[in-house]
Design a protein around this ligand. Structure first.
Ligand code: SAH
Length: 346
């Protein structure tokens, strides 16, 4: 069975041609899949202007593979909605829907589980189950739009999984949600976050110069970064930072560095100085993330005052920095926590 959500528009055209349909049917069917604010088709019978014969034919050979909502938690503080979505093979992934002044944003997962092994992250606890297809990543946006009845204008690929460990499907996902005949989400409204798979940074800069790039950094020397993030042993800091400098030189885009503050581990003033030295002269921005404590992991959150000091120290050394607003603090919004809670409930 084909998942229609895995198809690019030109592939939909080819499918219609194979079924002996006129060209405009591709526009119609594609339009039904991606109608705004969740008004799209969940079923072939929803496709009102498509002849019954074609609807039946499509139902024989394909599915509209929307992820099912297994669980949803809504924050009473800010309306953030965290979903646990079930995929067709029984795997589950998380997405987080957030309301901002500029519009609605969703954080989607690119893999079920993760094999990168970062020591503070819940997604990686059970290893990688599998990578998601493009349609399964896009389906998270569509299912959240159906559930809320609201349009989503911004997408961050920052849920569980390493997007650059699933590059082909990630690319196909970006192209399909960017298509004006579909969701029409602007390239500049999409952000991809990576733990730092260096060769893919170069490729991403060539393929998607307008999509925002975020790098999970978390430490500014190899020893500590390798102990937090095993990927650093393969792609050490100097290679990572050079790749980021080349990326921003070539694309003229600002790189975001995510830096999770862990108490007593990477949050001192001299850590801030080291970080500023590392990034000096690069078009960049540091996003300081208060650690979400994970039950299985023995790390503590940096206090607000220390985080503020860290930010000021970076800024005084010429590195723009913000502290991430904590949305959904009351609903286990950290990566992988909800999926984990279901896995351990079993
Ligand atoms: N694999 C990608 C994207 C997923 S993780 C990456 O590494 O960037 C998204 C972000 O959340 C990363 O910066 C990650 O390091 C961070 N993160 C993971 N667990 C966290 C936790 N317990 N508290 C705070 N941030 C966490």
């Amino acid at each position: 069975m084909i998942n229609l959500l895995d198809l690019q528009f030109n592939e939909m055209e080819e499918l219609m041609k194979k079924l002996g349909q006129p060209k405009f049917r591709a526009v119609q069917v594609f339009g039904w899949l991606y109608k705004e604010a969740g008004k799209g088709a969940a079923d072939f019978d929803d496709m009102k202007n498509i002849p019954a014969e074609l609807r039946h034919k499509l139902a024989e050979i394909s599915v509209i593979g929307l992820p099912r909502i297994l669980k949803v938690q809504e924050s009473k503080l800010d309306g953030t909605r965290k979903y646990l979505f079930g995929l067709s093979d029984g795997n589950a992934v998380e997405s987080v829907f957030m309301r901002y002044k500029f519009g609605n944003s969703i954080c989607v997962s690119s893999q079920a589980g993760c094999r990168m092994g970062c020591s503070f992250c819940a997604s990686t606890l059970g290893g990688l189950a599998r990578s998601l297809t493009a349609g399964e990543i896009a389906g998270q946006i569509l299912s959240a739009e159906r559930d809320t009845g609201e349009r989503i204008s911004h997408v961050v690929v920052m849920g569980s999984g390493e997007p650059f460990d699933n590059y082909e499907n990630l690319s196909s996902f970006i192209r399909v949600i960017n298509n004006p005949k579909g969701l029409n989400i602007g390239m500049r409204n999409i952000t991809v976050s990576t733990c730092g798979i260096v060769p893919m940074i170069e490729r991403f800069g060539e393929d998607f110069p307008q999509v925002n790039l975020a790098i999970s950094l978390h430490a500014s020397d190899n020893q500590r970064r390798s102990s937090l993030m095993p990927v650093n042993r393969k792609y050490p800091l100097d290679e990572l930072i050079s790749a980021c400098r080349r990326y921003s030189d070539r694309t003229s885009r600002r790189v975001t560095f995510e830096y999770t503050l862990v108490k007593g581990m990477n949050d001192s003033e001299s850590d801030a100085d080291k970080l500023a030295d590392l990034l000096r002269g690069m078009l960049c921005h540091v996003n300081l993330i208060p650690l979400n404590t994970v039950r299985e992991r023995d790390f503590e959150t940096t206090g607000k005052a220390v985080a503020q000091k860290f930010r000021e120290r970076l800024e005084s050394r010429g590195i723009p920095a913000t502290i991430r607003r904590e949305l959904g603090d009351d609903i286990d919004a950290a990566c992988g926590q909800l999926r984990r809670s279901i896995m351990t409930e079993k």
